[in-house]
Structure formats: C-alpha cells, structure tokens
Write a protein that binds this ligand. Sequence first.
Ligand SMILES: Cc1ncc(COP(=O)(O)O)c(C=O)c1O
Length: 382
Amino acid sequence: MSANQSIIDIIRGQFPDQEFIPLHEPVFGGREKEYLGECIDSIFVSSVGKYVDRLEEVFVGYTGAHFAVATVNGTAALHTALMLAGVTPGEAVITQALTFIATANAISYCGAAPVFLDVEKKQPALSPRALLKFLESQCEVQNDGTCRDRRTGQRIAACVPVHVFGHPADLGEILAVCDHFGVPVVEDAAESIGSWYGARHTGTLGRLGIVSFNGNKAITTGGGGMVLTDSEELGHRAKHITTTAKVPHRWDYSHDQVGYNYRMPNINAALGCAQMENLDDILAAKRNLAADYRDEMAVAGADFMDEPDGCRSNFWLNAIILANREQRDAFLQASNDQGVMTRPLWGLPVDMPMYRNARCDDLTHTRWLFERVVNIPSSARL
Ligand SMILES: Cc1ncc(COP(=O)(O)O)c(C=O)c1O
C-alpha cells in the first residue's frame, strides 16, 4: 500500500462512520438551543443583552485575563487590539510570514505596514532568533525610546506572534526580545482557545491578545472574537471603541471619537456561553485524536506536527509534514478524491498582490513548511 493510502486509512479509522470527513466541524452537544431560545424569547438578539456580559465574564474566568471584550469577529478584535497598542498610520508592525491573511489585514486597517519574519524550523511560530536578528541588524532604539526601522524610518509599533494551529509560540523569548527593544506584543491567539504557554493561557501574556470564535475554530459563536488584556485602561477603551465610542447616557446619542461597530451580538454570545460549557470536553476529545494521530503516524512513517515543549496545544488543526511539494500535492489529491478533506497551508500574505512589496527578511523555514504541511481532519467527536 502507498504511504499516502496508509495516512488516509489512519484518518478514516478515526472517523469510521463518515463518508465525507470535513477538516473541522463545530460540536453542539450542550445547551446551545436552550440559550439561543432564551435569547430570542428575550427579544435582545443584538448588541445589548446578558449573554455578551456573561461570555466576557466566563472568558475572564477561563483565561485569567483581567479584561475580555467580545467583538464581531477575530479580525475586528485584532484591529482593535493593535489600535490600543498604539499602532498608527505610517508605522510598521512585525508579524510572521506564515499566518492567515487576517493578521496582515488587521495591521493594514491601522494604516500600518506589516513586516514579515520567519518562523521556527518545523514549527509554525514566529522565530525569536529571526526577530532578534531583524531588530538588531535593521532597527535602532532612539533616545525617546522608540524602535525604528533604519531603512524606512518607520516606528516598529508592535509585534504580533500567531499561535498557528493552536501551538503556542515561544512567548518567553519573544517577550524578552520585544521588551528589550520597547516593542509591545499583541498575540494573535485566534486559533488557540484552550492552548497554554506554561500556566498562562495564550493571548494573555502580551499587552493585548485576541481570539476568534469563527465556525471553524475549537468552539464557535457563529462569528465572533474577543480582545484580552490585563490593563484596566485598555479593557475599558476596548469596550468603548468597539461600541461606536458612545458616551454612556440614558437617552443621548453622543460619541467622543471615531468608534467601530465591532460589538458581538447577544445571539452569538448566547451560542458562545453554551460552547464554553463544553470546552473542556471538546479539548479532551481533540487531545485524544492528536494522541492517536501521533502514534499512528509514527508507525506509518509520517511526520506529525506536535505541541512545543512546555506548552499545551488545543490541537485545533492537526498537521503532518510531508517530504516535499510533490508529495504534498499527491497527498492532497488522493485524500480529497476519497472524501477526506485535507488542506495545504494558507497562501502566504507575502505572495498576495497587496503584500508582495512588504518588508520581509529571510523566510527559509516559512517556505519550507509552506511546501510540505497538510492539515488533516481534526473535529472533536464527543
Ligand atoms: C491566525 C488568525 N488570525 C485572525 C483570524 C481572524 O479571525 P476571524 O475569522 O474571526 O475574523 C483567523 C481566523 O479566522 C486566524 O486564523
């Protein structure tokens, strides 16, 4: 039997009763319908209602962040977090070249320019060494404490590591480098609800962090996101600018800055509250699936992408690393032909027309992974 067929059979073995195996499906095994029904009965389905507050409280309790502000989606949360980190038009924001396009787009919404750096060897996380090299060789800290790119003169306004597939980036190292250069860290934890860097939830170590509750994530609100921060000031400002910067008053409509209609609707939050109650079970099921894949892929000789040492991944999307681009494409063809949904990495932002001329450094590991990584079905089965 071919190596590809052995891997497809391993996947089929995990989802024996499914003709078509999707990449990732949500699980609605709890009180979703009850809460949605209550929400509809209450008439409060939109931007006001008890579920939004409740989801934020539950999220604070779960992640340990001091403040959590629910938004319409993860991209809006990242845009908000970057603005609050102080990113303004004409500045530069460092992120990793291997990420979903939304990371780069949120930087662009601020009028800033993304700088794309390399990831770790065989791990899809921002490389602290690439970060240090770029900051040391290309940038300088000026007398006023700002870190500037010597070539463009742009201030490096933030650094956005991404916890790709739920695998935590090396935040200890990244934070140390960024602290040294006075660059605030905004964590893109869109994919990593339930992932921990040591004892800390991803998204809670930087100045701000965000998560996504899109339908393809470990848990979902349909569409939604959350801004996380320990700063009371930033938490209040996050709520303010995501609710059109309305000055609280019983009847007056007054707004004190350009705000955004980024608030999560109550009906989405109702779904999220029920999903949070299932989160531990969903994570346990995803962990079991990853453990089975790890063992079985080893027997089949396939390279399974594991969680980094000292971290606990939510294994949002499991991934294997194939030998080369030809093998990747052959596997994608064979698996999708057989109704097993598999996907390559997202197209790299630097290869898209709007970021083709963006500043970047050596991207050897990014391109190596891009040619080899395939995501395999990862739904939690309870
Ligand atoms: C790394 C990353 N950042 C940001 C986002 C944006 O989240 P959303 O789809 O909720 O806007 C996503 C996913 O969708 C993502 O994977």
